[in-house]
Design a binder for this molecule. Structure first.
Ligand code: GUN
Ligand code: FE
Length: 448
């Protein structure tokens, strides 16, 4: 059983791209769900009436705030040993030289288990309460990622990566084995009957899977009503190769569409070089997008016009895309999103940069929407599950100093300033408590 909680203090949560609420108040959390939200005045009155008996009451200090947990819409569990390494090649060479050889090692269960428990801990430490993972090709190895997320109580979408096209590392399966293992994987994950964990069908990308396999995987996703994830239009060389191999298709998105991959439970990473026709198609199919700015820069893939994708009505969240990305933190992805879109604004005046309030949305509610999980998570709304972070802006030993300040500590300007400073200059040392569905999973420095 989770403890029933009341948290009183500054509550920070997006209601939409342009609306970040920073308000004093309180939440009541029962059985992992937010069942009530009220004002400070109400809290003081009810507390005086002893109305909160039986609840554990947490009163945040004036330099702390509560926010929804971060949502990482796209990362690769078996690439964490390469985090910060091998960033000197463009995508297709990088896959062959560094990534496939590393991922191949995840057929060894013990190795996989050791790495994955560190991966999940690292993400929780960084405040990622929900992650959408690619695992490796190996069924048993990827089950270790599932076990780590279950044991450490992270909310996760997890996929066994599917590949049946030859590569230099011999890192692929034949079609029959691939469909078989993917089916087994989905059934094994569903057998956990754990509402925090779901399977996601994961064709790596159109250069790793032929159309026959992609069609079969799309059927599998439909049969089990599960999410499906892949990569699209990340790098120009990749796009050209996809078009060369699929002469009957006018663009990259059509290759996936012909295989029935594009649905409202599909999350596509990158989307850097899409044409207007592709953006329209993804919008019609209600595909979610994982924007991965760190990886797009590190692998020199390009500057994703994320404002344009949003303006066309696509659901966009953020992804760290480790190890193409060099950081496991969505807080970092928030900054990189602002940087990349600022660079685009500087280059082409048409693209208005994403501001910090919008970037906060993309790292929380936007991600929840992109993963079609916004009925459960992404904001501090009544009825949602309590996935949240306590942020201690001036945490001892942390990166932000508390300089004398003329603002009233309870004013809205002061509180917005706290959020802004955390987004621009904070790190995991400021994330002092992490809750997933009401469970405390990080307390102080420790993942519990
Ligand atoms: N495209 C296909 N596979 C991958 C991968 O592992 N990382 C990235 N960034 N792009 C990909
Ligand atoms: Fe990726």
């Amino acid at each position: 059983m989770v403890e029933n909680l009341i948290i009183f203090g500054t509550l920070v949560s997006s209601t939409g791209l342009n609306s970040l609420e920073v308000v004093p108040g309180y939440l009541i959390i029962e059985d992992g769900k937010i069942i009530r939200k009220g004002t400070s005045r109400e809290f003081v009155k009810l507390e005086a009436q002893d109305a909160f008996r039986g609840f554990h009451i947490i009163k945040l200090q004036s330099d702390q705030f509560l926010m929804p947990g971060f949502v990482d819409c796209h990362t690769h569990g078996p690439q964490f040993p390469n985090l910060g390494l091998g960033l000197d090649r463009p995508l297709l060479e990088w896959l062959e030289k560094y990534t496939f050889p590393l991922e191949s090692q995840f057929a060894a269960t013990e190795y996989a288990s050791n790495v994955y428990s560190q991966v999940v801990r690292r993400l929780l430490t960084n405040g990622t309460t929900t992650a959408c993972y690619f695992g490796s090709l190996d069924l048993g190895g990827t089950m270790e990622l599932v076990k780590s997320a279950v044991n450490l109580r992270q909310r996760a979408l997890i996929g066994k990566v599917s590949m049946n096209m030859k590569n230099q590392s011999g890192y692929y399966n034949d079609t029959e084995r691939e469909v078989d293992d993917s089916t087994k994987f989905v059934e094994k994950v569903l057998a956990f009957d754990n509402d925090l964990i779901s399977p996601v069908i994961s064709p790596r990308f159109a250069l790793s899977c032929d159309n026959e396999l992609m069609k079969k995987l799309a059927e599998l996703a439909a049969k089990y009503n599960c999410h499906i994830q892949s990569h699209i239009s990340e790098n120009v060389e990749e796009v050209n190769e996809v078009l060369r191999q699929n002469p009957g298709c006018v663009n990259y998105a059509e290759v996936y569409d012909k295989c029935a991959i594009l649905t409202n439970k599909c999350i596509m990473a990158h989307a850097v070089h899409l044409t207007d026709a592709e953006i329209d198609l993804l919008k019609i199919r209600e595909v979610g997008i994982a924007h991965c700015p760190a990886s797009n820069t590190r692998l020199r893939s390009g500057l994703c016009p994320v404002r344009k994708l949003i303006n066309h009505g696509l659901r966009v969240g953020l992804g760290t895309d480790v190890s193409g990305g060099d950081s496991a933190s969505i807080l970092d992805a928030i900054r990189r999103t602002m940087d990349v879109s600022t660079h685009l604004e500087l280059q082409h005046g048409l693209h208005r940069a994403i501001n910090w309030k919008e970037a906060f949305y993309l790292g929380t509610l936007g991600g929840a929407k992109a993963l079609s999980l916004d009925h459960k998570i992404g904001s501090l709304e009544v009825g949602k599950e309590f996935d949240a972070l306590v942020i201690n802006v001036f945490a001892t030993g942390g990166p932000i100093d508390n300089h004398p300040n003329t603002l009233e500590a309870t004013s809205n300007e002061y509180n917005e300033g706290l959020v802004q400073r955390f987004l621009y200059t904070g790190d995991d040392r400021n994330i002092t408590q992490v809750y997933v569905k009401g469970h405390l999973v990080k307390n102080g420095w420790t993942v519990v």
